[in-house]
Write a protein that binds this ligand. Sequence first.
Ligand SMILES: Nc1nc2c(c(=O)[nH]1)N[C@H]1C(S)=C(S)[C@@H](COP(=O)(O)O)O[C@H]1N2
Ligand SMILES: [Mo]
Length: 391
Amino acid sequence: MSSRRRFLTAGAAALTGCQNEEPSTSGAHMRAYGERSPHEKPVRVIRELTASKGTGSSRTPLHEIYGIITPSALHYERHHSGVPDIDPAQHTLLIHGLVEKPLVFSVDAIRARPAVSRVYFLECSGNSVGDNRGAPFPDVQGSMGLLSCSEWTGASLRSLLEEAGLKPGAKWVIAEGADNGRMARSIPLEKCLEDTLVVYGQNGEALRPEQGYPLRLIVPGWEGNINVKWLHRLHVAAEPAMSVKETAFYTELMPDGKAQMFTYVMEARSVITRPSGGMKLPVGGGIHEVTGLAWTGKGSIRRVEVSTDGGKTYHDAELQQPVLPQALVRFRYRWQWDGQEAVLQSRCTDETGYLQPTHAEYAAVRGLNSGYHYNAIKPWFVRADGSVKHV
Ligand SMILES: Nc1nc2c(c(=O)[nH]1)N[C@H]1C(S)=C(S)[C@@H](COP(=O)(O)O)O[C@H]1N2
Ligand SMILES: [Mo]
């Protein structure tokens, strides 16, 4: 039955006060908690590391995402010791250490506080290790999918710390999760007082278990790892407490072989998500919308440019509003493809004037020892047969 016919029938039923319910003809059912259409297929790609149970990651299908928000069900995941099943009624957040008054908050007490909702990206600093090492994944999900963006809701960490009262000498906050590994990260106090949030909301509902239900830290613009999930303890201290894991995985090896201990901020980066690796364009050329995402841990994206000739010439892309600080920004560029081989790539500039580097520029400054914090320009090669490849 056509939708117009169904509408008319429903209207007539309402007019006559008919109580008979029309059987569903669309195959969709009314559900107390909704699901997407069975015709939609985008999924996360899961990689489990077999070395220790519950360790692994899943990647967001960036090529199939619209706009700037990642649906919670497609948010990337990174776990070092699995996803705990936490009853919020049993869960608490302890604030102690160099404070006047140690405090224990229930989840309800955090939810009852004045709240803010903010859109922020989250990116694992290990995103694109393959690209860094010259062995990129064939598609954008594989090479860039440890990246997502949500609207997060919670209380400012500043308000919680002020309630506890900071003692002189307080310089660091050591945040610990309630997962098996008790993952902990040390965060400079200034960042905690600036814009860090203790969140319970993600895209209008509770955090997903994989994202840290019932409470997690959101440290805007800083590497994913420091955004501690299943947050249950904040220890205010004079010194950082570097765990073995933290030191091993989240320091950067510079060209001189020295490790740089504190690289927190995610530098400006962009990527074309459509067309991208693994897609096929109709042969013979035509008009295509080139679209993608740009982001920076340092404030806002000011400009995104697209090149269709491998970086010889660039053209300004249109930035979709709203352009929010430390959030993903959607860009679009209308491309008239002549049907010949082409190399598509984007580069962005943030509000500090920093321009996203080429791979060669990145390698010259940062070296390629560390796989972390890779942010170089990403080319996609379009062949005359319409196929899009990573090299
Ligand atoms: N407690 C805890 N917090 C954690 C992790 C973890 O394993 N345990 N993984 C970290 C890493 S490495 C990243 S990149 C982000 C990933 O957040 P997501 O899984 O919500 O995408 O969470 C961070 N917070
Ligand atoms: Mo990470």
